[in-house]
Write a protein that binds this ligand. Sequence first.
Ligand SMILES: [Fe+2]
Length: 286
Amino acid sequence: MSRPSAVHRATPRGLSNPPSAPSVTQGAVATRPDASQCRKLEGRHAGCVRELEEARRVLQDTVTDVIAALVAAIEMKDKYAYGHSLREAGYAVALAQAMRLPKQQVEDIRRGALIHDIGMIFVSPRIIHKPVELAEDEFEAVKKHAALGAAVVSKVHLLRDVAKIVRHHHERYDGSGYPDGLADDHIPLGARVVAVADAFEAMTEERPYRRMLTLDKALAELERHAGGQFDPRVMKTFVSLVRRKVAQSPVPQDGSLLLAEVVIDSTLTYEPSRSGGDGRGRGRRR
Ligand SMILES: [Fe+2]
């Protein structure tokens, strides 16, 4: 009497009776595709990979469009805030790259810096442009912009990490910031990066209520607030980066636009790019 074949000995598949290792191995040998079937399978696999890449490209383009829409909303509300966001995004990306953060995190930081103040569209222009110190209730109204902006951005699932940057960009390393009073490493790293870039850009830019600081004074302010307002490691990396870039520059840098371009290695603009561009183009200045 002949022995049953390997196929006949294989245990039937079922939830309560999974196949044993030998029967699967022998079954696979019995059903192994020939060369032409292999070529067909490889072709099908390559087609699936192309479809996945296309779907990913469409998703990224959609995210880029959403960021562009929010940037446009900021610009419509306040053209000066737009220029501030552009420079801040440049500083934040340069810092994130100096920290050797992963590519996706750098991109989230760039997006977070571009739209960090999106919540300001809910704040009265009378308060935003007030040339003197804000009253307490006015400052409370301004403070709401972080949570309001995050609430808007978090509606886009793919921007959930960016929403965290938007919500926490006014937290302070010592826990005295807002909206949640987070401290040290409890503050998302992207928000700690954007906080340093935000402060540096603000200090090196002329404002209606105060003159811009010189480069040395702005860097000294960052160092003075290490451990209080800023993550000391993030601050130190940024100060080293700026000093190195400025030292390498052939011309003295004191105006904020020149300074930004020296530090960032790029002309500042945000033009929605299609299919995987980095969103940085040329020529636009405020
Ligand atoms: Fe802000």
